[in-house]
Write a protein that binds this ligand. Structure first.
Ligand code: ZN
Length: 309
């Protein structure tokens, strides 16, 4: 299959990255970082998550950060919500995109959000109903993202049949599209292609466009490339692989935005992102969080001689 010549990168560092570190980043620093990322050409940024501040103090200022991000021209402002209450707050804040994670593994779902699949799907239905009430132009895009889709640390491999069932259930419950998340870093290029093809067949080609990959075992970029070959057009990534992986010391969190942009750029696949500006925002991030390790190769190694982007 032909790769599309343009790939959208959704920057999730301000949410997935920050959520996994202890040092609280100040609101002014977050604002400056988000602005720098947008200036580098990232057209979609997941800026936070509407969860109770007591659970995740790091993301307590999501509404304020959303308000700032909404002032940036052309930026799609995305957030994660765990439930209906979160979606209400997201709507109030005026976001463009809402993603709700649904864990493929029921044990993981119970451990994480204390809800069964059935309860989560009811929540999705309620959110969809809430969104339907909004005027068309102010209705956020609603994605249901199946987390632990490639395996779970509690249950191990999740049967493909289960993922297909959940993908269909999310669409039926009113999501605009489904996504797949390799929350645990268990994916490999072969099972990425197999699952993406199967889900696309189940819910329709245009209803699965994005993948959320982690680089826990070093296969992030290989998985990304494999995904593009089977029609994925949006990839989540985080600057500097921020957040790392609590279970795998030395491993980055999400795939590293800089390295992903470099790979695509070097292959002649358009991202609309300036690598030079992205390195600038990486330096900013390092200044704001001097004690947090940043991952990736291209920022340290530099561009190859005679490299033309
Ligand atoms: Zn993640």
């Amino acid at each position: 299959m032909m790769k599309k010549n343009r790939v959208e990168i959704s920057e999730v560092g301000p949410r997935d990255g920050l959520q996994n570190i202890k040092t609280i980043m100040s609101l002014p620093d977050k604002k400056a970082w988000v602005s720098a990322l947008a200036d580098a050409g990232l057209s979609e940024i997941e800026v936070g998550s509407f969860v109770p501040p007591s659970l995740l103090p790091q993301l307590a200022d999501t509404a304020e950060l959303v308000a700032h991000a909404l002032t940036i021209d052309g930026l799609t402002v995305a957030v994660l919500v765990p439930n209906y209450k979160g979606a209400e707050n997201a709507v109030r804040a005026g976001v463009h995109k809402i993603t709700i994670p649904l864990s493929a593994s029921e044990s993981h779902s119970l451990a994480n959000v204390n809800r069964t699949h059935k309860q989560m799907l009811e929540e999705v239905e309620q959110i969809a109903a809430l969104l339907r009430k909004l005027p068309e132009g102010r209705r956020p895009h609603f994605e249901g993202s199946i987390s632990t889709a490639f395996g779970c640390t509690i249950e191990g491999a999740v049967p493909e049949k289960k993922i297909l069932e959940l993908a269909m259930a999310l669409m039926t419950a009113g999501c605009d599209e489904v996504g797949l998340s390799d929350t645990t870093g268990y994916a490999n290029p072969a099972n990425v292609q197999k699952l993406v093809k199967a889900v696309k067949t189940e819910v329709g080609d245009k209803n699965l466009t994005g993948l959320h990959l982690h680089n826990t075992r070093g296969l992030g970029l290989a998985n990304a490339l494999a995904a593009l070959d089977v029609g994925i057009t949006t990839l989540d990534a985080s600057q500097g692989g921020l957040g790392g992986c609590p279970f795998a010391p030395g491993a980055s969190g999400n795939i590293v935005t800089e390295d992903l942009v470099y790979m695509l750029d070097a292959m002649g696949i358009e991202t609309g992102i300036s690598l030079e500006k992205l390195i600038v925002s990486r330096h900013m991030l390092h200044t704001y969080l001097p004690d947090e390790p940043l991952y990736g190769f291209i920022a340290d190694a530099g561009l190859p001689k005679d490299y033309r982007s």
